[in-house]
Design a protein around this ligand. Sequence first.
Ligand SMILES: Cc1ncc(COP(=O)(O)O)c(C=O)c1O
Length: 370
Amino acid sequence: MDVFKAAALRTRTHGDVLSLAAGQPSTSAPGPVLQATRDALDGHLLGYTETLGILPLREAIAQYHAAEAGVPVDADDVVVTTGSSGAFTLLFLAAFDIGDTVVMARPGYPAYRNTLAALGCRVVELDCGPQSRFQPTVAMLESLPEPPKGLIIASPANPTGTIIDPSELAAIARWCQAHGTLLISDEIYHGISFGDVETSSAWETSRDAVVVGSVSKYFSMTGWRLGWMLLPTYLRRAVERLASNMTVCPPAISQVAAIAAFTEASRAELDGHVRRYAVNRRILLDGLTAAGVTDLAPADGAFYAYADIAHLTDDSLTWCEEALARTGVAVAPGVDFDTVHGHHTIRFSFAGATADIEEALVRLQPLLRG
Ligand SMILES: Cc1ncc(COP(=O)(O)O)c(C=O)c1O
């Protein structure tokens, strides 16, 4: 957040900032969603909706997952939430008690850790390095002193972009089922992958798992604040009661409009963005390698490249601040994602325009070369 603040300040003073720091698409929602929004403003009351989300949206989400995962998914399985962020809070409250142990990968998305800690859970981070594509494995779970109450996985992951191999994900899901561990599978980057490893869904193996989705990433709709969960039956009533008290319902206009995100026309537009991410990814990985930054996590999916720059710094926050001051390029320091090793890692987002990635590499060359 310090880098974001400094980038905003520099935009005002210099106007030359290229941001490879933000974890969001640089494009608007797809055309059919924008049209549906205009129509909704005229035709809809846009009052409170059902707490679990409007039925046509829950049906569209169910069909999307059924087609993706090849398993039956019903509208009743779907709970629509205020971003996936809203889903995590509801789920943690419904599923965990104070003192429960919940396991996640390090590096990982910091909001899991911070939200769980705020709710009094004990967060155990698994140190995940290149040997396991920065992802947890069954062997790591076996080495815990006892099975945890919950395990959160993200595939593709933030900050690394790595994908858990489908057979390992299935093994993790089976392990969790056998040991009474609630598996929370963050699948919000599904749809953005580059062919090295296939994505798979936890629901292909276990419907005791929770699958989390969102319109924020593939669907290019971060600010619409809409996410969802596929929930096992036993958690549904608790989540519904919590949601009705905490938010009443997710934003009505976003729900009405998001139905159009699942249409063929929207998917064609969104797949075009993924093709651009693939081009950007190649340019960025090649550019970093040419500049001597070769210790990179396999960028299987999402729109991130995670680099170890131990040869350049042991203080990634200061390095990023200096990079911004000297070049106008903003990248994210690893410290939030990994409190142990993140002082020598940085995350690049390649969700922006291709020309921006090219220009950022030119500006960063002297710094990356040390
Ligand atoms: C892995 C992961 N999960 C969840 C989120 C939250 O996304 P949202 O609340 O916009 O759905 C993010 C945001 O960057 C993320 O990277």
